[in-house]
Design a protein around this ligand. Structure first.
Ligand SMILES: *[C@@H]1O[C@H](CO)[C@@H](O)[C@H](O)[C@H]1NC(C)=O
Ligand SMILES: *[C@@H]1O[C@H](CO)[C@@H](O)[C@H](O)[C@H]1NC(C)=O
Ligand SMILES: *[C@@H]1O[C@H](CO)[C@@H](O)[C@H](O)[C@H]1NC(C)=O
Ligand SMILES: *[C@@H]1O[C@H](CO)[C@@H](O)[C@H](O)[C@H]1NC(C)=O
Length: 460
């Protein structure tokens, strides 16, 4: 993910804007948030539009890749959205594409470490694919062919590759953002990478009952707190460079960081029934309030970039994950239901009102608080709208299965061992000019951010 900071970036919106004014007042995606059939219809329209971006199922294309400018991880996020779409609606239109794309990218050992991605793959990128595999296991999504790694096995494979990357050599532990030393951002330890590992471990603990996973989840939570990435008020900063022991925090707050801890804590609470986890979950949930507007009430927004038009490609999808994980949280921790549902309803309804753009009048805008299309089109914001709209079907579906309660996906606790992680053959020519340019921009961006130029974004 290329998401370390935002406030110093030029506006992508200007690049993405398409100059079509809305024709009349037609609202193509017409949603009544109280009506299940209406939600399903709206979700299908939004998903159909989203799938116009994906070409991986075409002959000669790579299954599981999205074309530029979308990074590899976002395709993993897309398959998670499609798995949830099937589970929420019963519509299996995109199931085969999902199985094809995920088994392709998972590779022989199931760990989602394809050689093609070794120049960009971070721990956070990898774990978003694992989330999709975990959702497939929890939802009893149709299993892959027998000769391929299975859903649970994929999630375990990612866990097994990430646990050994736990790195006490600086900042007392945590996961680095990047996996490979040669990638920019290797010296950055961040909340989404460590939080992703926490979240995956918590869901594996719930699904399998194996205490190895819950032990790791405890350890990751404690570290995030000790290092100060999570504040005493349960707000989440983005991360810090480990070159000075994570002392200078990048204090930018993203919806998905709260989300990743929210559902992780909900799984830990459900698995352990420990009041400590109930309290943590409640506090993380309360801290998400900062991402919901007062006018229009309860509508989610990405406060770090939307208000200043600086949301970059990755960031345009983030709200979708908070919505996705808030919905799941209501199933694992029903005590949160009354607090979460009004927010999902208001946000889902507002998001649908933005979906009037493009030829089919089903392209969704970035800013749900506008409640109308903002004349931008983008894969990530389309996916986010899908997530928040379909989340409103959560009351109509069964809670997740586990290995001793209906789950059919086969696991393998030692998955992920082979083949070895890719190694750079010769960096001098595998890193292209374009990669260098990208990495250089990122470095500048991180320096500026760490220098405190986004101080105005800091919460309390
Ligand atoms: C990696 O890239 C090559 C060349 O484009 C392609 O043939 C192969 O299928 C890709 N592998 C994956 C896992 O996408
Ligand atoms: C969480 O928020 C609710 C509703 O705003 C409030 O009643 C409750 O006291 C808060 N809980 C904590 C632990 O802050
Ligand atoms: C755990 O989750 C199940 C649904 O999966 C739910 O019925 C149960 O109430 C949850 N447990 C707690 C302690 O909330
Ligand atoms: C629990 O998970 C760990 C880590 O993957 C594994 O080594 C161990 O064998 C598992 N235990 C059981 C009983 O499956």
């Amino acid at each position: 993910m290329r998401a370390a900071s935002s406030s110093t970036q030029p506006s992508w919106a200007s690049l993405l804007t398409i100059g079509l004014a809305g024709l009349g007042a037609v609202q193509a995606v017409d949603l009544d948030i109280e009506d299940g059939e209406s939600i399903k219809k709206a979700a299908k329209e939004i998903a159909t539009n989203m799938m116009t971006y994906y070409t991986g199922m075409n002959p000669g294309d790579n299954p599981g890749n999205l074309p530029d400018p979308y990074y590899w991880w976002e395709a993993g996020a897309m398959f998670n959205a499609l798995i949830d779409y099937w589970y929420y609606t019963g519509d299996d239109t995109w199931n085969d594409i999902t199985i094809q794309g995920m088994t392709w990218q998972a590779g022989e050992n199931g760990a989602f470490m394809p050689n093609n991605q070794s120049k960009t793959e971070g721990n956070d990128d990898q774990v978003f694919w694992a989330f999709a595999a975990m959702s497939a296991a929890e939802r009893n999504f149709p299993n892959p062919p027998d000769d391929k790694p299975q859903w649970l096995e994929m999630a375990q494979a990612v866990f097994n590759t990430q646990a050994p990357r736990w790195d006490p050599s600086s900042c007392g532990g945590g996961l680095r953002w990047q996996i490979f030393t040669w990638n920019n951002g290797y010296n950055y330890k961040n909340t989404i990478s460590t939080g992703g590992f926490f979240h995956l471990a918590a869901r594996l603990a719930k699904y399998t009952g194996n205490s190895t996973y819950s032990d790791w989840a405890e350890k990751a939570w404690d570290w995030i707190s000790d290092v100060g990435f999570m504040t005493t008020n349960y707000h989440f900063w983005d991360g810090a460079s480990d070159l000075n022991e994570c002392k200078e925090l990048n204090k930018i707050e993203w919806t998905y960081n709260n989300g990743v801890f929210l559902l992780g804590a909900a799984n830990m609470y459900n698995a352990t029934e420990d009041p400590k986890w109930k309290d943590r979950l409640q506090r993380v949930l309360n801290s998400t309030d900062i991402f919901f507007a007062t006018t229009p009430k309860n509508v989610m927004y990405e406060r770090a970039c939307e208000t200043v038009n600086t949301c970059m490609v990755d960031q345009r999808s983030f709200k979708g994950y908070l919505a996705r994980w808030m919905a799941s949280t209501t199933q694992l921790a029903p005590f949160t239901f009354d607090q979460i549902m009004p927010k999902l309803k208001a946000s889902g309804q507002a998001a649908a009102k933005t979906c009037t753009g493009g030829d089919q009048q089903t392209s969704c805008g970035l800013r749900w608080t506008d409640q109308k299309w903002d004349h931008t089109k983008d894969f990530g914001q389309q996916m986010a709208a899908l997530e928040v709209v379909q989340s409103n079907l959560i009351t109509r579906v069964d809670p997740p299965v586990t290995s001793d309660n209906g789950g059919t996906s086969k696991g393998n606790p030692s998955a992920g061992g082979k083949p070895p992680e890719p190694k750079p053959k010769a960096l001098s020519y595998t890193i292209t000019t374009a990669d260098r340019a990208g990495a250089g921009i990122l470095t500048v961006m991180m320096i500026i951010t760490l220098g405190g130029s986004c101080g105005w974004l800091i919460w309390d």
